[in-house]
Ligand binder design. Sequence first.
Ligand code: GDP
Length: 296
Amino acid sequence: MFDSLQDRLGSILNGLTGRGALSDADVASALREVRRALLEADVALEVVRSFTDRVREKAVGAQIVKSIKPGQMVVKIVHDELVETLGSEQVAVDLNAPAPVTIMMVGLQGSGKTTTTGKLAKRLTERQKKRVLMASLDTRRPAAQEQLRVLGEQTGVQTLPIIAGQGPVEIASRAAQAAKLGGYDVLILDTAGRTHIDEPLMAEMAEIKQRSNPHEILLVADSLTGQDAVNLARSFDERVGISGIVLTRVDGDGRGGAALSMRAVTGKPIKLIGVGEKMDALEEFHPGRIADRILG
Ligand code: GDP
C-alpha cells in the first residue's frame, strides 16, 4: 500500500553519494518524507513534530560515507530514534512489593482490558508461578463481571465471587481483603471503561486507586487508536497516574503509531502487547519491531 520510507528517502538522497555531509536542505526534504511516513502510521501530530526535530539535529551535518547510501543512513537515524523513543529496554510488570501486589487495569471500553486481565493472570500463574486473584470492578457493563469469571474458568485463575449490587470501590476493598486472607501473591483489578474519556470515569479510577493503592496501573489501549492516542494516554496519566502501557490488537494491520504517541507523551514504558484474542496471545514489547512497522 505504501512505498517504504527507505525507497522514498533513497530516491531523494542517494544521488548525494560522493558529497561531504548532509546539508540543511537535504535533511529538510528527507524529513518531509519521514513526517509523511509517521502520519501514515497514525503517529499524533505533536509527537511527529518533536520527533522530526530530534532527527533533524542528528542528521544535519552527518558525514556521507561511501559504504552506506545516504537514504539508508537517514533511515537508520530515524529507526534508532524510534527505538530510543519507544524505550529500548524491556520493562517487565513489576511485582516487587509486599504480597498481595495489586495491579489495576484501566482504559476505554473495548480496548481489551478484560481479555488482557485474563492473559496477564495466566502468564503470571504459569511463568512466574504466582497465585493470582482477579476481580472485575466493572459494574456498568452488565456482563463484564461474568466475562471475567468465564476467563478465570478457562485459564484456571481464581476470580472474586460476584455479589450483585456492590459498587466498584466496595468490590475493590473486598478483593483486597480476599487476596490478603487467601494468601494470594497478585491481585488484578479489571476496572470499568467508557466509550470516551470523561470526568466521571477519571474520578472513579482515581478513587479506586486511592482505596486500593495499586503497585502497577496499566493503561490498556488499542494499537489502532489514531490521533486520539495522545489525549487518551495523557488524560489517564495526568488524572490517575499510570505505570505502564499494554498495547492490544498488535496482530491487526495497523502501523503502530499509537505506541510512539503514548510513550512519547507519558514517558511510561510499553510493558506488554496483545497479539490475538486467545489467552496466551500476550507478548513482550520489542521496540525494533514496532519501529519497522512504523517505517513501513
Ligand atoms: P474491554 O471492554 O476493555 O474489557 O475489552 P475486552 O477485553 O472485552 O475486549 C474487546 C474485544 O477485543 C474482545 O472481542 C477481545 O477478544 C478483543 N481483543 C482483546 N485484545 C485483543 C488482541 O490483542 N488482539 C485481538 N485481535 N483482539 C483482542
